[in-house]
Design a protein around this ligand. Structure first.
Ligand SMILES: Nc1ncnc2c1ncn2[C@@H]1O[C@H](COP(=O)(O)OP(=O)(O)OP(=O)(O)O)[C@@H](O)[C@H]1O
Length: 248
């Protein structure tokens, strides 16, 4: 089943066209990647699915509902079914990890503080942080721990879809692979659909079920790794060669 879909979507900034009638679809439960060169429009396209960038033309659908044309109530319901971790997913520096994770519950639920803390603690541990990390402040966390805390915050409302903007950026290779493993575990245990922008070659090969590649305002490819390697001209040939040379 398709959980997200873009149909003939065009976007621009101040008259500069970024996407020219592009279409894609994300199936429920898959890890779907947005690939493309720097500035090709990966983040912008992802933002059309988060109510952060309205397309000039076309439709973006969430479970078949036209996201941008739905009544406000439906739009708010859809927003609450998505979690987002941005590349520089800033945590609030003056708040502990526990309070950072609980922010959305405080905003959108009528739960008591102790209930909020209990749920936040569940997610803190679910993303692999120790209980003791809950009282720490962002300045006291490593890069990997910050990402995990930001992930817990994105998950706290139990979303159906998790959007990740370059989840491995700034992480060392070991932490990057740990992040990949975590994303797969979350998908498997929670039945999440994950949509991620990534440049990380290992993530691209190891965890994406399907992906699209943006090139010159269009979608140059949408499909799986198995499908792309059978193409006469492989848009990811350089990546395939790099991987081969590194013995993977
Ligand atoms: N708010 C904005 N206002 C004007 N132009 C923007 C805005 N956001 C992005 N752009 C431009 O749109 C183009 C696509 O940007 P976008 O961030 O979507 O690309 P990207 O593929 O995610 O890039 P990167 O891989 O470098 O993060 C770029 O040329 C960028 O400068």
């Amino acid at each position: 089943m398709k959980i997200l879909e873009g149909i003939n979507v065009s976007t621009s900034y101040g008259g500069r066209i970024i996407h020219d009638s592009v279409s894609w679809s994300v199936k429920s439960g898959e890890i779907y990647g947005f690939l493309g060169g720097s500035g090709s429009g990966k983040t912008t396209l992802m933002k059309t699915m988060m109510y952060l960038k309205k397309p000039d033309l076309g439709e973006v659908k969430f479970e078949g509902k036209n996201m941008w044309q739905s009544p406000l109530k439906t739009q708010n319901e859809i927003k609450l079914q998505t979690g987002v971790m941005f590349q520089f997913g800033a945590l609030f520096s003056s708040m502990s990890v526990l309070d950072n994770v609980g922010v959305m519950l405080k905003e959108y639920s009528a739960l008591s503080q102790s209930q909020i803390d209990e749920i936040s603690m569940f997610w803190i541990q679910k993303v692999g942080l120790k209980k003791e990390s809950a009282t720490l402040y962002p300045a006291e966390l490593s890069g990997g721990m910050k990402k995990r805390a930001a992930l817990a915050r994105a998950l706290v409302l139990s979303p159906k879809v998790l959007f990740l903007d370059e989840p491995n950026s700034g992480l060392d290779p070991v932490s990057s692979r740990q992040m990949d493993t975590l994303v797969c575990e979350l998908r498997d245990t929670l039945g999440l659909s994950v949509v991620m922008v990534t440049h990380d070659a290992d993530s691209i090969f190891d965890i994406l079920d399907r992906f699209l590649i943006i090139e010159n305002k269009k979608i140059a490819f949408e499909g799986s790794m198995g499908e792309i390697k059978n193409l006469k001209v492989n848009p990811l040939q350089e990546l395939f060669d790099m991987r081969k040379n590194s013995g993977k």
